[in-house]
Ligand binder design. Structure first.
Ligand code: GLC
Length: 418
């Protein structure tokens, strides 16, 4: 396939998924606006030359920000019953209806990238200027309301990490209440094979946490205390650290005072470093309820690389990623293939994701490992030429999960075809 054909196909996916000023991750499976998806989607629109769509993606998302500064993980812009759990389950009382959790603040880094690259400097200044106080409020809220005992970012629900059923969460999730013993009528398994999605058991716990937070009144300032699940997450922390650093440099160029985001970046980076497990040679989540590090080697730890970490730590993680690449035809699986929890087709328990590859390749480039970054890029290119799937089986590169998936298309435009 030529680059032009691939570009046309990617733009067609984004166009099909575009709604009134925002873009759904995938038709049917994810019919609303998802928080961290909006970051790469905005970059994809910009790479396609659609700056109007790029800026409005972020503007729409930030217009649903809560007074506390939290940016919700799903904004239910339309009414419908095609998604579970929908607005009635969350019952956050917000207009527009939203969930009561956040996701990794990747849209902050996207805004800074748009500001730097937009050829229309007046538009860049006015769009970024409009977003700046909101983005800063989001990151300040994360520091205030999502900082754990090591100074790292805490997620109060696996959904808040964006890596929903990663084995990283198995232990802390098992300690949470189950919402029900009944069969849960989900919509995701209507369009995707159940073997590629989280289990019923996990869903009961996901809903149990939602119930606990709902009963506590969605007080976004005290959710780590209200939730039965509170885990310091390396990937969330790394994305927050990079977001703050990117906001500081974008802000400085736009004439705003960069000191507060720069301070936030330093704090988050220090928290991230405290999650390094030197015996394992990997960053690890810390279960604040149980008071211990949790889970095997997963993409949650690898994404630390996106924040900019010390060379010797990059080197230790890279040697492990290299060893996986010798047994699998492509990189990078989201769970250590040698771990018993590895499952090559089940969502965040093994499959390769375009977003993770992009974050990690960027980290490799920043660490000077341009050969590894190029390898990840060519592995990812081989995936997307078969279609813009949600994730891919690392044993045979088969596209699985949802199809016509927005961030796979968007990052093809922003990264693979750049
Ligand atoms: C799934 C993913 C999450 C993503 C959402 C929409 O829930 O785990 O990371 O934001 O789908 O694409």
């Amino acid at each position: 396939m030529t680059d032009d054909e691939l570009r046309d196909r990617a733009v067609a996916v984004l166009t099909t998924n575009h709604r009134d000023g925002y873009t759904v991750p995938a038709i049917g499976l994810y019919p609303y606006q998802w928080c961290w998806d909006s970051g790469p989607i905005a970059l994809g629109w910009a790479a396609a030359g659609r700056w109007d769509h790029a800026w409005s993606e972020l503007r729409r998302l930030l217009s649903a920000q809560w007074p506390s500064g939290m940016v919700p993980h799903i904004v239910f812009w339309t009414v419908g019953d095609s998604y579970f759990p929908g607005p009635a389950v969350w019952a956050t009382g917000r207009e527009p209806a939203t969930t009561g959790l956040t996701q990794p603040p990747l849209p902050v880094s996207a805004a800074a990238r748009l500001f730097a690259a937009d050829p229309d400097r007046d538009r860049a200044q006015s769009e970024f200027g409009g977003l700046w106080p909101k983005l800063l409020a989001w990151l300040s809220w994360i520091e205030r309301a999502r900082t754990g005992p090591h100074g790292a970012g805490v997620v109060v629900h696996p959904w808040e990490s964006g890596m929903d059923n990663s084995p990283s969460w198995d232990e802390p999730l098992a300690a949470t209440p189950s919402a029900t013993d009944e069969h849960i009528e989900r919509r995701d398994v209507a369009s995707v094979a159940a073997a590629e999605r989280p289990s019923q058991k996990e869903y009961r716990h996901y809903l149990g946490i939602v119930e606990a937070l709902r009963a506590a009144g969605w007080d976004t300032e005290r959710q780590p205390a209200d939730s039965p699940f509170a885990v310091e997450d390396p990937a969330f922390t790394a994305i927050a650290a990079r977001a703050a650093a990117d906001l500081a440099s974008g802000g400085e160029a736009a004439g705003f005072d960069p000191r507060e985001p720069a301070r936030l970046a330093e704090g988050a980076l220090a928290g991230l470093e405290a999650l390094w497990d030197d015996a394992l040679g990997w960053y690890r989540p810390y279960d604040t309820r149980a008071g211990r590090f949790a889970g095997p080697v997963t993409s949650s730890g690898l994404v630390a690389i996106w924040a900019g970490i010390r060379d010797e730590r990059v080197a230790r993680m890279v040697s492990r990623v290299d060893s996986w690449r010798r047994t699998l035809p492509c990189s990078v699986p989201t769970t250590d293939p040698a771990d018993p929890s590895f499952d090559p087709i089940r969502y965040w328990r093994g499959p390769v994701w375009v977003l993770v590859n992009w974050l990690v390749a960027d980290g490799f480039n920043r660490a000077g490992l341009t050969d590894r970054a190029a390898q990840l890029r060519s592995d990812t290119h081989a995936f997307v030429t078969q279609g813009f799937s949600e994730y891919y089986d690392p044993r045979n590169r088969a596209g699985i999960g949802g199809h016509g998936f927005s961030w796979s298309a968007a990052l093809t435009l922003d990264w693979l075809l750049a």
